[in-house]
Design a protein around this ligand. Sequence first.
Ligand code: NZQ
Ligand code: ZN
Length: 387
Amino acid sequence: MKNFEYFNPVKISFGRGSVNSLGGFLKSEYSKVMLITGGGSVHKNGSYEKVMKNLAKREVVEFSGVEANPDFDTLMKAVELARKEKPDLLLALGGGSVIDGTKFIAGAVFFEEDDPWNILRKGLRIKSALPIVTVLTLPATGSEVNDGAVISRRKTEEKMVFKSPLVFPEFSIIDPDFTVTLPRRQLVNGIIDSFVHVCEQYLTVNTDAPLQYALSESILKTLVERSENILREPPDLDARGMLMWCSSNALNRYIGTGVVQDWTTHMIGHELTALAGMDHAATLAVLLPGVLKYKINEKLEMLVRYAGNVWGISGSDPLETVMQGIEATEKFFSELGAGVTLSEVAVDCSIIDRIVERFEKRRIILGENSDIYPEDVRKILESRCGK
Ligand code: NZQ
Ligand code: ZN
């Protein structure tokens, strides 16, 4: 196992009705709260009303309209508002996009020495941030328990990641009641995003970290075994809660300790979202099987373990076993209703040239062995064109 440091200060209140612990948690010095929401789902799932009730004795400034794949220009409007109103706390109410957007706002408010886009583009560090509390309504990204955010810029068709320990939420409410209104598409996204987060930390090279591998397999198996219940209508709130806890555990960085990670699927996926507007998880369903097949030899040992422990597939020929494991993954995504080729998601393969060109320009090399060059990205994408 590799050496590591692990830090995660996020306090969590989990379960039905846990939103009622919000008021009690908020420090008394947080007298002015800026509530940040998305496009209006919070008014349908009951969360807005309950959060406002918990904020009753505080001054509330609202910013709504953070879109899926939060846009830099929208967030800068919120930054302006926060600079003017000077809230003590940012409260994110929504899915990963609202939470990520809030993390960016929290840091950008104090970032006046340079263009805040350079927090993303050049990886400039934020030196301070407003405190954040989150109330999650869509289990998928794990943003409620981590220090990362992904921000899009429609004007330049870019999508970039930043990380800072200053944007860990202080507290996150994970209340399954708010998932009742989630459409099937977002539930499927949540299952797939969580699944792929685990895979990108687990399916690399063996660093002899059996505890992390067993935890990873448990998350994957729970997602597979409970997917039907998670998607059930009328909603099975125990199963929805299980998805919430799986997605948090998939990216609270715990299973990523002591192992080698490979975020190739995500990095290529962000380009598909930036250029073709695909949902984040939809990009992952197309790409993950392609990345695993392309690096089958390098990942062989862990893929054999994955095929056996997650899918119950074993045999005397490791390559054949592993291929069956990858095919089972693809079938799982398909049966959930996700497209697994570019043609299935109606994206033309002419997009590949633009993506490769971007990776060349940015000199990006991917993979746990730093051996996925832009030309390899081309081959991975070409293998996913479909008919
Ligand atoms: O905008 P509203 O009206 O709230 O509607 C949203 C949005 O349209 C809706 N929604 C959310 N909760 C709902 C609901 N609809 C009905 N009932 C509810 N309870 O769902 C739509 C999608 O929401 P969004 O927040 O965009 O989805 P998700 O949570 O999947 O977040 C995706 C974003 O997170 C980033 C992605 O790249 C993408 O930008 N990620 C963030 C990560 C992180 N911070 O660690 C890691 C991930 O890999 C990912 O990259
Ligand atoms: Zn993801």
